[in-house]
Design a protein around this ligand. Structure first.
Ligand code: GKR
Ligand code: MG
Length: 429
C-alpha cells in the first residue's frame, strides 16, 4: 500500500506545567514551567508527537519551522536540519544559560533544541505509519528497559504564600534527613536504586553530609552529586576527597572545561557533565584535556535522537561514558529518551529524569517506573497517546498567564521569597 507521508499540518501547543519548588544554585523552580508540544500531521492523517522547552525564544523559532515543514515528507529528517531558520540573536543571552543550567547558549544550540522536537515528531509519525517503534527506525533496541535514577532535590514544602501553584505531597527537604526521606519515597513509589542529588544549594559541607546520609541509608546504591558548577577547583577537590569512595561520579563540580580538566587531573573520581560538553563543538577540547569521563546527553539540545546516537558513538570511540541529562519534561520526552536510550549499546549509567516531579502530563496514560526502569515500548512510534483535554487545559493556563511564567526564571522565582536574591556568581563556594 502506498502511503502519503506529506506533512499537511504542524500544530504547536505551548503549555504551562505544574512544577514543585525545587531548589538549585540559581534559585528555585517556578510554580509552572513552559513546555512546547509539537504535532506533525501527515496527508494520511497520522500524527506524530514531539516535546521541547517552551520558553518564548523556542516558540519563536518553532513557528517558522512549522511553516517550512508543511508540504515536506516526514522521512525528510536530514533536510529538516538544513532548513534556514533565522535565530533572533538577542534571544541568546550570553555564555551561561541563567535559567536552565544547561551550559553555553549558542544560536545553533537553540535551533537544535527546537529541531529535536520536530525530529521526534517525524520519527513518531513515521513509526506509526509503518507500524514500527521509533527504536526500530534507529536500528533497534539492545535492551528491553531503561534504568533511571531518582533525581533528589532540596526543596521547600510549598511555593511561597500568595504564589499560585499546585500542592505537592513530597514535603520539604532542607537537610540531610529530609533528603534521605525523599529518597525513600522515590524508592517506595518508583523502585529507583540509584540516586542523584542536585547540589549547589547549600554550603558543600551540608551536601557532603547529605550524600553520606544517603550512603548509610542505601548501602551499595550508586550516588551522584551535581552542584551545577557552583564550586571552585579547590572545593571540588575537597568534596571529591571526602566523598570519593561513595560516588559513582561527580557531576559538573566546577564551571567550564578548563576548571573541570583541572579537577579531573587531580582526582580519580569520574566527572560527568551536562554543562561543559553540550554541543559537538565542545567535544574536542574537553576530551583532549580529559575533562570529563561521562557525557550526559539531552536529546533536546543535542538535536534529537539521531544526534544522541552520534554523540554516543563519539564518546565510545574516546572511552568516555554516556548517559542522559534531564530538565523538567513530560511523558512525550520521556518516551523519546527511553526509545533512544534503548538503542545505545554503551549506556552504563542510569539516566536522569525529572518526570516523577511532574504531577501533570499530556498523555492518556502516564509512563510508569518499575524498579526504577521504564519498559521500552514496541508499539508503533513512541507508543504514547495525547490526552487532548489535558493538553487544552495546560494550554489555557499558558494563554491566561500574563507572560510572567512563559519564560523559566529560577532567580525571579527565588526573589518572591528572598527579595534581595541575585543569580549567584560562580564559583559560589
Ligand atoms: O531543574 O533545577 C533543575 C536542574 O538543575 C536542571 O535545570 C539542570 O539542567 O537537571 C539539570 C542538571 O543535571 O544540571
Ligand atoms: Mg547536571
Amino acid at each position: 500500500m502506498t502511503r502519503d507521508l506529506t506533512v499537511t499540518e504542524v500544530r504547536l501547543t505551548p503549555i504551562l506545567v505544574a512544577d514543585p519548588p525545587l531548589l538549585n544554585t540559581q534559585g528555585v523552580h517556578q510554580p509552572y514551567t513552559p513546555r512546547l508540544i509539537v504535532e506533525v500531521v501527515t496527508a494520511d492523517g497520522v500524527t506524530g508527537l514531539g516535546e521541547t522547552y517552551g520558553d518564548t525564544k523556542y516558540l519563536e523559532l518553532a513557528r517558522p519551522l512549522a511553516d517550512r515543514l508543511t508540504g515536506r515528507q516526514i522521512t525528510d529528517v536530514n533536510a529538516l536540519f538544513g532548513l534556514d531558520i533565522a535565530v533572533n540573536a538577542s534571544r541568546v543571552d550570553g555564555a551561561v544559560d541563567v535559567g536552565g543550567l544547561r551550559g553555553v547558549q549558542t544560536a545553533d544550540k537553540l535551533r537544535l533544541s527546537v529541531l529535536s522536537a520536530f525530529e521526534v515528531a517525524c520519527l513518531d509519525a513515521l513509526g506509526r505509519a509503518l507500524g514500527l517503534p521509533v527504536h526500530a527506525l534507529l536500528g533497534g533496541k539492545v535492551r528491553d528497559s531503561v534504568e533511571y535514577s531518582a533525581y533528589l532535590f532540596h526543596k521547600w514544602a510549598a511555593h511561597p504564600e500568595g504564589v499560585p501553584g499546585e500542592k505537592d505531597d513530597w514535603g520539604a527537604a532542607l537537610d540531610p534527613a529530609g533528603v534521605v526521606e525523599q529518597a525513600r519515597r522515590f524508592k517506595e513509589r518508583h523502585g529507583f536504586t540509584s540516586f542523584k542529588l542536585k547540589g549547589g544549594v547549600f554550603p558543600p559541607e551540608q551536601e557532603i553530609a547529605a550524600v553520606r546520609a544517603l550512603a548509610e541509608a542505601f548501602p551499595g546504591h550508586p550516588l551522584r552529586l551535581d552542584p551545577n558548577g557552583a564550586w571552585s577547583v579547590e572545593t571540588s577537590l575537597r568534596v571529591a576527597r571526602e566523598l570519593g569512595d561513595l560516588l559513582e561520579y561527580l557531576e559538573d563540580p566546577a564551571l567550564g572545561t578548563p576548571a573541570m580538566a583541572e579537577v579531573a587531573a587531580r582526582t580519580d573520581v569520574p566527572l560527568a557533565t551536562n554543562m561543559c560538553v553540550t554541543t559537538f563543538a565542545e567535544i574536542a577540547e574537553a576530551f583532549t584535556k580529559g575533562a570529563v569521563q561521562v557525557v550526559l546527553c539531552d536529546h533536546h539540545y543535542w538535536g534529537g535522537l539521531r544526534n544522541t546516537r552520534q554523540l554516543a558513538a563519539i564518546c565510545s570511540a574516546f572511552g568516555v561514558g554516556v548517559s542522559m541529562h534531564s530538565n523538567t519534561h513530560l511523558g512525550v520526552s520521556l518516551a523519546a529518551m527511553t526509545q533512544v536510550a534503548a538503542t545505545v549499546p554503551d549506556l552504563h549509567h542510569a539516566c536522569d529524569s525529572h518526570y516523577p516531579w511532574q504531577s501533570e502530563d499530556v498523555l492518556t496514560e502516564r509512563l510508569a517506573f518499575d524498579g526504577g526502569r521504564i519498559a521500552v515500548s514496541d508499539a508503533p512510534g513512541l507508543g504514547v497517546e495525547l490526552d487532548r483535554d489535558e493538553l487544552a487545559r495546560l494550554n489555557r493556563r499558558w494563554t491566561e498567564d500574563d507572560g510572567a511564567l512563559r519564560d523559566r526564571d529560577d532567580a525571579a522565582a527565588m526573589r518572591v521569597a528572598e527579595p534581595d536574591w541575585v543569580t549567584p556568581t560562580m564559583p559560589r563556594w
